[in-house]
Every structure is written in structure tokens, then in C-alpha cells.
Design a protein around this ligand. Structure first.
Ligand SMILES: Nc1ncnc2c1ncn2[C@@H]1O[C@H](COP(=O)(O)OP(=O)(O)OP(=O)(O)O)[C@@H](O)[C@H]1O
Length: 475
């Protein structure tokens, strides 16, 4: 980006946004950078100092920034929001002051409490403001609530358990261990629990933090020999929300301190919710006495959202941006972006920015144009025939059995799996899929899609097989 494009963008934003909003959210950002261009869209990277700001800017300002930069640049601009590389806080010599705001802040944010303004929170997250009183330093992102989390089969168990904990912490499901792949809503869900509890009980002592932050807290207190402070900070909580515990791998001292905090919290019936990219027994380099405790409450997975849920997410997120996304367009995007919700949000932003820039209505033709790079990569070879062949090879049956009328389970089940994948991964309608499976009725396909989709949630072996097939088909 020519250096002054960002500056001109800022000037425009300064004139459009309330001053306080501009000063809090936009002004402190480092200048955006242009990324290598792969089409006629300009990709612009914006580094944001912490996760809270990232989420907030993404939900509140990304669309507007894209519009302004697109107007000024004369071509569509797509914003790529990234977390700035984290600098570890300096170790402070001498007697420990109370916990340092600069350190405590990243990467979460402060206070969903009504008394604290968002601006204060943002500044505190950077350590640029006086921290709010200890009781309100929850580091929760107020935008991540149950209301903004779309419910679906993929997150049903996790969401139900999380709602339960928010309503009665310290009772059942303690600890709650939520695992799943990247960008599937684990962080969103734990923030939702914290926000819901605080809404009910504003005085509850809630803390959200990323595992890395716990690690640096341990390091800092180790260097200063202030373990009592660490204990005071963690052991007094009512609800501890800790993200990505797989980061504890190989960190023995951290694991020991976490173990202590864990035991202390459970003993006084405080609740602990953890997230991870894998289930407890799948964690590597973490002491077994910890992993077995992680598994002692309730362990639930969040799966990639199925098609209908992806559609619902797109429609809801577009609505937040003030756009009514037609259902056929949402289906089109959802069929083409399957990996996770974060990617879905990226695709949505691209479509909306393109519509704004070209002043056109959001329809399939526009979405196809806005996402053409993505489509050319993803749609390479995924045809129903391809799916039939891949699934037949995988389950060692003949491709011809995909169209045959044979019914033994060893054949019928792979056939249903292939139908499910055909619905998920191609643009074909149910009747078209039925036709390609030996002239079957669309209700047969629908039955297969529902059956396999439902079973996937409960049967981890089937889920694993589907993951392998999906990866193979995507190439
Ligand atoms: N069910 C959902 N409804 C609405 N938004 C969702 C849903 N699931 C995820 N998101 C959104 O998708 C984005 C990614 O979610 P989140 O950061 O919670 O994922 P994560 O599983 O914690 O990923 P990571 O492991 O990469 O941190 C967020 O903007 C979140 O709000």
C-alpha cells in the first residue's frame, strides 16, 4: 500500500467515526501493509496487538475499513486482520507490584462489566490505561456471547454443556473440556460462558486467558519468586476459562502450577473450562496426572459446522453487517467454504466488500466473482463421480456398487457416505445426486445425508473416516 493510502484511509475514517471510537480503535493501529496480490483484489494486512481488539475490529470496523480503502484505491480491498507478534513483557526487578496491566492484558480483554467502557477496555488491553478495578478484570470480549453464537449439530453438545455451566457453575461438568479444530468457535463459546455468568452475577470472579499467558505468568513469577502472587491471582476465582491448553506441552513448571490451581479451584467448587485442539488423552508432553484430570468432568468436541449451520452463520453475520443475504447465495458460499467458521467469515467479508465496491446486489453471480480464486482451488475435481470412486476405494467396494440396488450393509453404508459427501461437497441438488446413484429417489439421498451427518457427531471412528475422505477429495 502506498504509505499515504492508509493515512488517507485513516483521515476518511476519522471524519466518519465518532472521535472516541476512532482514537480508541483505529488511530493506534500500525500502518496496514499490502500483501502479494493474486488477482485484481488488493489484500491488505493489518496487525492488531491483541485478540480482543482483533475480534472487535473484525466485527465492528473491518467492513468499513475495506470500503474506505477500496474507494480510495480504486479496486476491491480485502482486509487480512492478523495478531501482531507478541512481545514478552520485560521482567521487572524488585518487589512485585500488583499484577501488571500490560502483561495481563494480551491477548484477551478486560471487563464486560457495564461500568467499564469499551474504550477503557481496549486501552487496558494494550496496557495503555489504568487497569479497571481488580474485580472487573475478566478479559472477556463482550461481543462473544451465546446470542451471537449460531447453534447447530456441530456445537450442540458443547453449547448445551456451556449453557449449563453458565447457569450453575461449580455444579456439573467440572472441568469442562472443549476440543476441536481451528476456527470452530471454542474461544467464542468460553467467552460466552463468562459473559453470561457476569450478566447474572456481576460480582463473580471470572478470568479468561490464553494458555500462553498462563505460561508467561508462571515464568514471570518464577523469576521474581512471587508464587504467592500467582496463587492469589488464580486460586480465588469462581470461573477460570483457559484457551488452548495444548500449549502447556513440555512446560513442566507451568503444568505444576496449573495442577495446583486446578486442584485448589475444584476443591472450592469453582468451575474450570478448558479448550484444546485435541481431546485430553491426545495431548502430548503433558503430564498424565493433568490429562486424566482434564478428562474427569465432561469432554466435548466441536465439529466443523454442517452445511445448514454454515448457511445460518453466514446469514447471521451478514445481518450484523446490515446486509440481508439471500438464502441461495448463503448456500452457494457455504458449499464452497467448508473448513471452519473463520474462513467462512473471510469469504463473507470478501463477498460483502465486493458488493459494496461494485454497488451491486448480493447474488450468486457476484459471490462467484468475489470468490473466484477460492472456487478455482476448491472446485478442482470434486464431482460426484470422484466422490463415488474415492469412497469405493476407501471401503474396498466396487464403484459399480454405488449405482447398484444391492443392500448389504457393507455396500449400503459406503453408498450413504458417498451421498452425504456429494451433498456436502458439490453443488448438486438431492434429485441430481439420486440420479447419479443409479436413479434413486431424492428422499433416499436425504435420509443418507441426515443419517451420516447425525452419526458423525457421536461416532468418532466414522468422523475420522469422513475427515480422511474429505481431505483426500480436496487434494
Ligand atoms: N457457531 C458460531 N456462530 C457464530 N460465530 C461463530 C461460530 N463458531 C465460530 N464463530 C466465529 O468464528 C471465528 C472463530 O472462532 P473462535 O476464535 O472461537 O475459534 P477457535 O475454535 O477458538 O479457534 P482457534 O483454535 O483458532 O483459536 C470467531 O469470529 C467466532 O465468533
Amino acid at each position: 500500500m502506498t504509505p499515504d493510502l492508509w493515512q488517507r484511509g485513516c483521515e476518511r475514517l476519522a471524519s466518519e467515526l465518532p472521535e472516541q471510537q476512532f482514537n480508541t480503535w483505529i488511530r493506534p493501529l500500525p500502518p496496514a501493509e499490502v500483501l502479494p496480490q493474486d488477482d485484481d483484489t488488493m489484500r491488505v494486512a493489518l496487525r492488531v496487538p491483541n485478540r480482543f481488539k482483533l475480534d472487535w475490529i473484525r466485527s465492528q470496523y473491518a467492513g468499513r475499513i475495506e470500503t474506505v480503502l477500496s474507494d480510495l484505491a480504486g479496486l476491491p480491498v480485502r482486509l487480512d486482520l492478523q495478531l501482531a507478534p507478541r512481545e514478552l513483557p520485560p521482567v521487572r526487578p524488585g518487589p512485585a507490584a500488583s499484577t501488571s496491566p500490560a502483561h495481563d492484558a494480551a491477548p484477551g480483554l478486560v471487563a464486560a462489566s457495564a461500568a467499564t467502557s469499551i474504550a477503557t477496555l481496549a486501552a487496558a488491553a494494550d496496557g495503555t490505561a489504568t487497569p479497571p478495578p481488580a474485580a472487573s478484570r475478566h478479559k472477556l470480549n463482550p461481543a462473544l456471547t451465546f446470542d451471537t453464537l449460531v447453534a447447530g449439530r456441530a456445537n450442540q453438545m458443547a453449547r448445551t454443556a456451556a449453557l449449563h455451566v453458565a447457569g450453575a457453575p461449580g455444579a456439573m461438568y467440572n472441568p469442562l473440556f472443549i476440543y476441536g479444530g481451528v476456527g470452530l468457535g471454542k474461544t467464542h463459546l468460553v467467552h460466552a460462558v463468562g459473559n453470561a455468568l457476569l450478566k447474572d452475577r456481576p460480582d463473580a470472579r471470572v478470568l479468561y486467558l490464553h494458555a500462553e499467558q498462563f505460561i508467561s505468568d508462571v515464568v514471570r513469577n518464577y523469576q521474581r519468586k512471587t508464587f504467592d502472587e500467582l496463587k492469589a491471582k488464580y486460586h480465588q476465582l469462581d470461573l477460570l476459562l483457559i484457551d488452548d491448553v495444548q500449549f502447556f506441552a513440555g512446560k513442566e513448571r507451568t503444568q505444576e502450577e496449573f495442577f495446583n490451581a486446578f486442584e485448589a479451584l475444584l476443591a472450592k467448587r469453582a468451575h474450570i473450562i478448558m479448550t484444546s485442539d485435541t481431546y485430553p488423552k491426545g495431548l502430548v508432553d503433558i503430564d498424565e496426572r493433568l490429562t486424566s484430570r482434564f478428562d474427569a468432568g465432561l469432554t466435548v468436541a466441536i465439529e466443523p459446522p454442517e452445511l445448514e449451520m454454515r448457511v445460518a452463520i453466514l446469514i447471521q453475520k451478514a445481518r450484523v453487517d446490515g446486509v440481508e443475504m439471500p438464502e441461495d447465495v448463503a448456500f452457494f458460499v457455504a458449499k464452497n467454504v467448508r473448513a471452519n467458521v473463520r474462513e467462512l467469515e473471510g469469504a463473507l467479508r470478501k463477498v460483502l466488500a465486493y458488493a459494496r465496491f461494485t454497488h451491486k446486489d448480493v447474488n450468486i453471480a457476484l459471490a462467484r466473482e468475489a470468490l473466484k480464486d477460492l472456487l478455482s482451488i476448491q472446485n478442482r475435481q470434486i464431482s460426484v463421480e470422484n466422490i463415488q470412486k474415492t469412497v469405493a476405494d476407501f471401503y474396498k467396494i466396487k464403484v459399480a456398487d454405488m449405482y447398484s440396488k444391492k443392500r448389504p450393509a457393507s455396500i449400503a453404508r459406503p453408498r450413504q457416505i458417498a451421498m452425504f459427501l456429494a451433498k456436502e461437497m458439490t453443488q448438486k441438488s438431492l434429485p441430481e445426486i439420486g440420479e447419479l446413484f443409479g436413479g434413486r429417489d431424492h428422499t433416499t439421498v436425504l435420509h443418507a445425508v441426515r443419517k451420516i451427518g447425525g452419526e458423525r457427531q457421536k461416532n468418532s471412528e466414522l468422523n475420522q473416516q469422513l475427515h480422511v475422505l474429505e481431505q483426500t477429495l480436496k487434494g
